[in-house]
Design a protein around this ligand. Structure first.
Ligand SMILES: [Zn+2]
Length: 359
């Protein structure tokens, strides 16, 4: 793709988006497409990637990286998602990211009831720490890469047994779409169709998931879908500049970014603004839509700041789950009035360390 001194710069730019190791990003650039270095997935591939983002990258638990993914490697028709190791519950119990992913992804049903997990998701194979996923209909491919000690086979067997004991039918090895899955699609057409209008966006964001780590000032992300919008709530503590323009610039970069344009915006981050009483939370809200004006589903970004975004002892919890020290120093500096000094709360349960109730 490029040669000489330009290549290392391009590699670093790619890493800002993907989080890949240097050599992986370099190899991808050498064999890649100059005009669209982070190609979009299409059709079922886009849906598969969007389902992963929607089900397991919602925030709500502390991971080493804001959405629990350290890096993503992509090509036109495949993606490898590098999962973080674990989260920490109250009293220090850890829970593997691989188990969390399966809890949220695997499809199952009680006869006649709504299907849980991802409709049509199927296990295509296991190779060491790699779990290969696909959708009924094929032509798409996504690998979840766990830590080296991850045993996907054992985790899947446990859940198969658990489903059967609960009177549910596990669906992740069914060769075709089952009657219950077809019924689920028929019974929830609005929900199903609005999700499909967001597949392009979910895929594009998953392929650039490292921007939430490398290019945002937020220490915490929380994401969900409402109607035809994918909403991301990003919390930044006081004491550092809320630089949402830098994040937006990277996200909407004409070469590397997602083809988005700003539909409307409301900004509350005047640096001379008085922030009011202790629990006051301010929010800069951006509504973004596809740059081609096609009216597909869009993205809402909520940049929250002010003293209401107090991080408590999040820094200690994030350190315990392996968050990179350089990132912590950037987004949770101990000089911030919203960051508890580590020693002060030792032995006390974290406000959020049970991994719940962050919404
Ligand atoms: Zn603002």
């Amino acid at each position: 793709m490029a040669s000489g001194g330009r290549l290392p710069k391009l590699v670093r730019t790619r890493q800002f988006y993907t989080g890949e190791p240097f050599h992986t990003a370099k190899a991808a650039l050498r064999g890649g497409n100059n005009r669209s270095p982070l190609l979009f997935g299409h059709t079922l591939q886009a849906r598969l990637e969007a389902e992963i983002l929607n089900k397991i990258c919602t925030g709500g638990q502390w991971w080493a990286h804001p959405l629990g993914v350290a890096a993503v490697e992509t090509s036109a028709q495949s993606a490898v998602v590098h999962l973080d190791g674990h989260t920490t519950f109250r009293r220090g119990t850890s829970y593997p990211r691989s188990a969390h992913a399966l809890d949220n992804l695997l499809p199952g049903t009680e006869s006649g009831a709504q299907v849980s997990g991802v409709v049509g998701l199927r296990i295509a194979g296991i190779n060491g720490p790699n779990l290969r996923l696909t959708l009924v209909g094929g032509g798409c491919d996504l690998v979840l890469r766990g830590t080296p000690e991850t045993d996907w086979g054992v985790e899947l067997d446990k859940r198969w047994e658990r489903f059967e004991k609960a009177g549910e039918v596990p669906l992740w090895h069914a060769p075709q779409l089952t009657a219950d899955e077809e019924q689920h699609i028929r019974e929830f057409p609005l929900d199903w169709n609005s999700r499909r209008r967001l597949d392009w966006l979910g895929s594009a964001l998953l392929r650039r998931i490292a921007v939430f780590h490398t290019s945002s000032t937020a220490y915490s992300c929380h994401a969900w879908i409402h109607d035809d919008e994918w909403i991301f709530e990003l919390d930044t503590v006081r004491g550092i500049e809320l630089d949402h323009d830098a994040f937006l610039g990277r996200l909407m970069d004409p070469v590397w970014g997602v083809p988005l344009r700003i539909r409307s915006q409301f900004c509350s981050c005047n640096r001379h603004q008085r922030l009011g009483h202790n629990l006051y939370t301010l929010q800069c809200t951006y509504h973004l839509e596809h740059a081609d004006g096609s009216g597909r589903g869009g993205l809402q970004l909520r940049f929250r700041h002010g003293s209401g975004t107090d991080a408590g002892d999040a820094r200690r919890t994030l350190t315990s789950v392996g968050a990179p020290a350089g990132w912590l120093d950037r987004v949770l500096p101990t000089s911030s009035p919203d960051v508890s000094p580590p020693a002060r709360h030792e032995g006390r349960p974290s406000r959020w360390s049970d991994g719940k109730g962050r919404s």
